[in-house]
Design a protein around this ligand. Structure first.
Ligand SMILES: [Zn+2]
Ligand SMILES: [Zn+2]
Length: 339
């Protein structure tokens, strides 16, 4: 089969590699795989690959080729691949928090061979059946950004009537806006261009703040307070992750507000505790998601309340172009590899 393999120095090559053996797991014939900012972190060396070469890709959907007897899946079933492979026995796994597994088997595309391949190997219990109304491309994107924002929203307790600032209108941001809106929140999106602001409105944002080219975060708190009658936001969902944007987020919150950290960069956050204490600001962090969150994301999509914005569909051979355009911030929503 063909796969995209990461070599030393951040070089990504699409080449022939042996088909995986099922060996107790299921095999999925790939139909779509999302191209994520996380791949750039691998290429830039921020996340070291477990081996070299390493098969990237953690947002996959496709058709079952084979699945162990008793798994309830058969050849031809359409599925999304939940990428977190927990041990199934630890306290986190037993309480539906697989992404916090303490003896994790691994994560597809992070420590286990990923989804940028013709055939993807995963445990049968990681495959989530897809309703006919949910496309492979949507399912692939839900398998990362969709499920992650469902998870973060659940942890933050985003609910009816809350004001939620979503900082960053990329693939994850557009999902975060839809999920917050579906939860009944009022969404203020922070975009770095008018074009992205339009996308945010399309996703369900009630208001937008445009900080052209990502400049002017020192004004953000004042602008959010203006839009909230001086109160400040209940939640600030951080998808950019520089120190400047995190501090701006904290200062945009009202009393008891929550800084919800999903996106990150190499930056640290330096903040004096008193700035958090006096308003009882809570910091909520979120890593990946539980399988249940992926199921929720897929259900929201089937109900027409969560849609993936696909920028461009590429064959696997053109994954380099997809990543270059992502790095150049030219992508509206997600680029997806299709078969
Ligand atoms: Zn991703
Ligand atoms: Zn576990």
């Amino acid at each position: 089969m063909k796969a995209a393999l990461l070599y030393d120095g951040g070089e990504l090559r699409v080449e022939e590699t042996p088909d995986p053996a099922a060996d107790g797991w299921a095999l999925v014939s790939a139909r779509a795989a999302g191209v994520c900012g996380t791949e750039l972190h691998f290429l830039e060396g921020m996340i070291p690959p477990p081996t070299v070469p390493f098969q990237l890709g953690h947002e996959a959907a496709g058709v079952v080729l084979e699945s162990p007897p008793g798994s309830g899946l058969k050849e031809g079933d359409r599925v999304a691949v939940y990428n977190v492979v927990g041990c199934g026995r630890c306290r986190s796994c037993r309480t539906g928090r697989e992404s916090l597994c303490t003896s994790s088997v691994g994560q597809l595309g992070f420590s286990l061979p990923g989804g940028f391949a013709d055939v993807v190997r995963a445990p049968a219990e990681n495959l989530v059946p897809l309703p006919d109304s949910v496309s492979f491309e949507t399912a692939a994107v839900l398998s990362c950004s969709g499920m992650s924002v469902v998870h973060a929203s659940r942890l933050a307790g985003i609910g009816l009537g809350d004001t939620v600032v979503v900082n960053g209108v990329g693939g994850v941001g557009l999902m975060a806006i839809q999920v917050a809106a579906a939860a009944g929140a009022r969404v203020i999106a922070v975009a770095d261009s008018d074009m992205k602001a339009d996308l945010a409105y399309g996703a369900g944002a009630g208001e937008t703040v445009v900080l052209e080219g990502g400049e002017g975060y020192d004004e953000l708190a004042d602008r959010v307070k203006l839009l909230t009658g001086g109160t400040g936001a209940d939640h600030y969902v951080e998808l950019v992750g520089t120190e400047q944007t995190m501090l701006a987020g904290i200062r945009s919150l009202g009393r008891g507000g929550k800084l919800v950290v999903i996106g990150y960069t190499g930056d640290h956050l330096n903040v004096h505790p008193i700035e958090l204490i006096l308003s009882e600001i809570q910091v909520v962090t979120s890593v990946a998601a539980s399988k249940r969150d992926l199921e929720t994301a897929i259900q929201l999509a089937a109900d027409g309340r969560l849609e993936a914005t696909i920028d461009t569909r590429y064959p696997l051979e053109q994954i380099g172009t997809a990543l270059e355009r992502l790095k150049a911030r030219q992508v509206r929503g997600r680029n997806v590899i299709v078969w």
